[in-house]
Design a protein around this ligand. Structure first.
Ligand SMILES: [Zn+2]
Length: 276
């Protein structure tokens, strides 16, 4: 009998670095020999929007919530019920074989970016913009079109571009690589703003967070140390502001920086902190 086979729930395969943000697990209390029951847990201190889109017909036998807004750190039991007879779990359950996942940091019903906000450059000294908005290397998705890759050096101090609350940190990685399979190895800090949007500061150094989960940070406060972790070929800071939407999950939004209002930052140029 294979009743006791370990159930692996793989999430987000190769494309998104969300494995730390949300956990989907076997619900040990309600799972029976006939039905595998999964719970879902938001690991962030912000609300989270989560949606599944069916990609394999096998999922028609599953019972689940198609869309869900989870409160900070909320765990929801009975999120998904899967009749065991309909699936083969001998190799583990690869949920991403049945569904595409759409995730957003925040509640789509309240998140709305304040486009008049002027962000501080998140570092001080002159650094080259190595990939700008719509960059073809990796800023090629609705989640990343409006992202910036600043060529900060390992050890550079990173500052909050906007005030807010620290809602998720990862700083335990010292790995990097040239392919998307390293995407989950990037250290990061995510800060939620008062308009419900979030800023993500990626590729930070090992133990490179100078703030803690739940901290309220001021604009310009030191928050981290730049590094080279995750999916990257060179030290840099990936900076992006996201708005939560029901349709597409996190979408990146266009922003402006102090000293460069109304200007488009160009790839290959150097930019330093500048007063308006
Ligand atoms: Zn980037």
């Amino acid at each position: 009998m294979k009743q006791l086979a370990i159930i692996y729930v793989f999430l987000f395969g190769i494309s998104v670095a969300h494995a730390q943000h949300v956990s989907i697990k076997k619900d040990t209390i309600t799972t029976t020999k006939d039905t595998l029951v999964l719970s879902i847990q938001n690991n962030m201190l912000s609300p989270m929007f989560f949606k599944v889109k069916v990609k394999d017909v096998g999922a028609k036998n599953f019972k689940y919530l198609e869309k869900i807004v989870l409160q900070p750190l909320e765990k929801r039991e009975n999120y998904m019920k899967i009749p065991r007879k309909k699936i083969d779990t001998t190799q583990g359950l690869k949920l991403s074989g049945y569904f595409d996942f759409v995730v957003a940091y925040g509640d789509p019903s309240v998140a709305s970016h304040n486009d008049s906000y002027v962000y501080l450059l998140p570092y001080k000294k002159k650094r080259k913009l190595i990939q700008g908005n719509f960059g073809r290397f990796s800023h090629d998705h609705i989640r990343s079109y409006h992202a910036y890759d600043f060529g900060t050096k390992i050890g550079d101090t990173i500052y909050a571009a906007r005030e807010g609350k620290v809602v998720l940190i990862k700083e335990d990685s010292n790995k990097h690589g040239r392919t998307r399979k390293f995407a989950n190895d990037g250290n990061f800090i995510i800060i939620q703003h008062d308009d419900g949007t979030t800023a993500s500061y990626y590729h930070l150094d090992f133990n490179g967070a100078l703030v803690k989960n739940g901290d309220i940070v001021a604009r310009g406060q030191k928050i981290g140390i730049s590094g080279m972790t995750g999916f990257t070929t060179t030290p840099h800071l990936h900076f992006v502001v996201h708005e939560a939407t029901e349709k597409d999950g996190n979408i990146s939004v266009p922003i402006q920086f102090e000293g460069y209002e109304g200007k488009k930052l160009k790839k290959g140029r150097k930019y330093a902190r500048r007063k308006r």
